[in-house]
Design a protein around this ligand. Structure first.
Ligand code: GLN
Length: 567
C-alpha cells in the first residue's frame, strides 16, 4: 500500500483506515520482523529475539528492538519482580520488562522508551486523545483506533531509530485474550507495509512428556492454527524444545502451518545462551528472514566467522570456582535478579572463573530459622540486592554486619547500600535503633530518609528517582580506581530514599567513606570502607550497564576480590 494514501486517511480520523503516520515515514525504508509465541509462555521469546537480533546485526543491519507488553500497566514499574521478573531500568528512566535487559546486553545498545510499550500505554494515549476531542465526534474503536495507535508505536520507532529492521516481540502467547489486538495490529502491518517488508516468525513449543519419551506436536499445531485463524500466516517457524526435534515433527508442523520445511527450524536447550546466534546462523534462520524480506544479495553474512568469534569469547574455559551469596527476599526465582546474575556471568567470562550463586533468603534469617553466619561461612563474596519494604531487612542487616566484620568482599546495591549504612550506624557509630524511613518514622535515628524531591509524591508509578545520573567520584578512593580513575561515572538509579544528610558527618567520622555522590545535590551514591578487602555500597544498579565481554567495573571488582578471598 502507498503511504501517501495511508497518510491521507490518517488526516481524517473518521476514516475506517485510521493509521496515523509519524512524520517522514516511508513504507519499505524500515522492514519488520515480528516475533510471536505459541503453546506456552515462558519459552524464552526475549532471549530468542535478542539472539536473532545479534545475527541480523552481524550482517551489518541496524536493528531496533521493541517489546509490546499485553498488560494494562503503563510500564513495568509497579509489577512485583516475584511474579514478572526484574524491573529493568533504561537510561532515560523507563521502567521496563527484563527482556529489554536481554536486548541491551545481546545487541550492546542503549535503549529508550521508544523500544518498549504496553497496552496500558496505548489505551492511555487513546483516552487522552479522546478527551481532547481528537476524534472529532467519532466513536473510538478497537479497529481502527487502538490498532492504529499500536502500529504508530512501531512506525515511530522505525523513523526515530532510522533502523533497517524493527524487531517486534509481542508479549504473551497466541490465543491469549490480552494480546489479541497486538496480533490484529501485526496483521494490519503486514497488509499495509506489504508482505516483502514484514517477516512473521512464530516460536512454538514442542512438548516431550516424560511418560511418553517422545515429541508431541499437537499443541504446537493448535497454536499455529490459532495464529492463522487470526489472519496471520507465519513466514518462519522455530520449534522450541528440550532436545533436538525430529524431521517428522518438522514435517507435521510444516504441513499444518503452510510453511515449507526449509523454513521450519529448531532451537533446543543449550548449555549457554551465547551459543544461540551461531546456531541460528548455521541453521539458516537469518538467511531465511533475508529471503522473506527480499534482501537476497544485500546484507550478506560473512559466513559464521565473526559470530563464532563472539561465541568463543563468551564461552571460555574456566578454571577455579567461587561462590557469591545473594541475600534478598525474592529468591524463589532467579528472574527477580536476572541482571545481577548476568553481570556476574560477564565477570566470570572475563576472569575465567566459574561463579556460583548461593541464594540466601533473608526472611529466614530474620525469623531466626537460620543465621547469617550459617549462610555466609562458605561464600567468597556477598551481594545484598535492591528491594523495598520491611520484610527481610533485619536479615540483610545481619548479613552486612557479618561480612563487614569477617572481611568478606561485599557489594550492596540500592537497598543493600542503604542496609549497609544502617548496619554501620547501629554497630559502629552506636546509633541505637538506626533504620530507614521506609520502615518507620523517627527523625532522630533514621540514617536513611526520603529524598527531599520525593516528599510530596503520592503516586506509585514512575515517580521514583529513575534512570541514568552522573556520579562524582572522590579521588584516590576504591570507587575512583574501579571506574578507571575518572572524575565521574554514569549509572542507573531507581530509589525513593537516600542517606540522611543530617548523619553524613557522623558516619564519615566513624570511618564510612562516601566516594561517589550526585554532582549538584547532597545525595550519597557510593560508600566504601578503608580497612576491608572490598566493601562497596552503591545507591544505583550497576548490573543494568554490564555487558558481555565488558562487565561493569564494580561487579568486576567484587568478583576479583572474591577470587582473592577464596578459602
Ligand atoms: N527501597 C529503597 C528506595 O526506594 C531502595 C530501592 C531499590 O533497592 N531499588 O530507596
Amino acid at each position: 500500500m502507498d503511504e501517501k494514501f495511508l497518510g491521507k486517511m490518517a488526516d481524517k480520523s473518521s476514516e475506517e483506515h485510521y493509521s496515523p503516520f509519524p512524520e517522514g515515514y516511508k513504507i519499505g525504508k524500515t522492514k519488520y520482523v515480528i516475533i510471536t509465541g505459541s503453546v506456552i509462555s515462558g519459552i524464552g521469546k526475549g532471549i530468542f529475539s535478542s539472539a536473532l537480533g545479534k545475527t541480523l546485526q552481524d550482517r551489518g543491519l541496524k536493528v531496533a528492538p521493541i517489546k509490546v507488553e499485553a498488560y494494562l500497566n503503563a510500564d513495568s514499574g509497579t509489577l512485583s519482580p516475584y511474579r514478572h521478573g526484574e524491573v529493568f531500568v533504561l537510561d532515560d528512566g523507563t521502567e521496563t520488562d527484563m527482556d529489554l535487559g536481554s536486548y541491551e546486553r545481546f545487541l550492546n545498545m542503549k535503549l529508550t522508551k521508544d523500544n518498549f510499550t504496553t497496552h496500558g500505554q496505548i489505551y492511555q494515549k487513546l483516552i487522552e486523545k479522546e478527551r481532547t476531542g481528537d476524534y472529532h465526534g467519532r466513536d473510538v474503536q478497537y479497529i481502527p483506533h487502538v490498532t492504529g495507535e499500536a502500529k504508530y508505536v512501531l512506525r515511530n520507532l522505525a523513523v526515530k531509530s532510522k533502523a533497517d529492521i524493527v524487531l517486534v516481540e509481542i508479549g504473551g502467547t497466541v490465543g491469549d485474550f490480552e494480546n489479541l489486538f497486538a496480533m490484529e495490529s501485526a496483521r494490519q502491518m503486514i497488509y499495509e507495509e506489504g508482505s516483502e517488508n514484514v517477516c512473521l516468525v512464530n516460536l512454538t513449543y514442542i512438548v516431550e512428556p516424560n511418560h511418553l519419551g517422545e515429541f508431541k506436536s499437537k499443541a504446537a499445531q493448535l497454536g499455529l492454527r490459532e495464529l492463522m485463524r487470526l489472519g496471520l500466516q507465519p513466514d518462519l517457524i522455530v520449534c522450541r524444545s528440550q532436545h533436538p526435534v525430529t524431521e517428522t515433527i518438522k514435517e507435521k508442523i510444516s504441513l499444518n502451518a503452510n510453511v515449507p520445511i526449509e523454513k521450519v527450524f529448531n532451537t533446543y536447550d543449550v548449555g549457554n545462551i551465547y551459543e544461540l546466534p551461531l546456531s541460528f546462523r548455521e541453521q539458516g534462520i537469518d538467511e531465511a528472514i533475508m529471503k522473506v524480506l527480499g534482501w537476497n544479495d544485500k546484507y550478506k553474512a560473512n559466513g559464521s566467522k565473526s559470530l563464532k568469534e563472539w561465541t568463543d569469547k563468551n564461552i571460555v574455559k574456566k578454571k577455579g570456582e567461587i561462590t557469591i551469596g545473594i541475600a534478598g527476599k525474592y529468591t524463589g526465582t532467579s528472574d527477580t535478579y536476572i541482571s545481577i546474575v548476568k553481570a556476574l556471568e560477564h565477570c566470570s567470562t572475563k576472569l575465567k572463573a566459574n561463579v556460583n550463586v548461593k541464594w540466601i533468603e533473608t526472611t529466614e534469617i530474620e525469623k531466626g530459622k537460620t543465621t547469617a553466619e550459617a549462610e555466609l561461612k562458605d561464600v567468597d563474596g556477598l551481594i545484598i540486592p535492591g528491594g523495598f519494604g520491611t520484610r527481610g531487612i533485619e536479615g540483610k542487616i545481619a548479613c552486612a554486619k557479618y561480612v563487614r566484620e569477617k572481611d568478606i568482599p561485599f557489594l550492596g546495591i540500592c537497598y543493600g547500600f542503604q542496609m549497609a549504612v544502617v548496619e554501620f550506624a547501629r554497630n559502629v557509630c552506636g546509633i541505637k535503633g538506626a533504620s530507614t524511613e521506609e520502615v518507620k518514622k523517627d527523625d532522630n535515628t533514621n540514617v536513611i530518609c526520603i529524598l527531599p524531591e520525593q516528599e510530596e509524591v503520592k503516586d506509585l508509578g514512575g515517580t521514583l528517582r529513575l534512570g541514568g545520573f552522573d556520579i562524582k567520584l572522590k579521588k584516590d578512593t576504591k570507587a575512583w580506581e574501579l571506574y578507571g580513575k575518572k572524575d565521574s561515572a554514569r549509572e542507573r538509579f531507581r530509589h525513593r530514599f537516600n542517606v540522611n544528610t543530617k548523619f553524613i558527618d557522623k558516619l564519615e567520622k566513624c570511618g564510612l567513606i562516601f566516594s561517589g555522590m550526585a554532582p549538584e545535590k547532597r545525595i550519597m551514591q557510593i560508600l566504601e570502607l578503608k580497612d576491608h578487602p572490598f566493601f562497596i555500597g552503591i545507591q544505583y544498579h550497576a548490573e543494568f550497564t554490564s555487558r558481555p565481554l565488558n562487565p561493569n567495573p564494580v561487579y568486576l571488582g567484587l568478583v576479583k576480590a572474591a577470587i582473592k578471598n577464596k578459602k
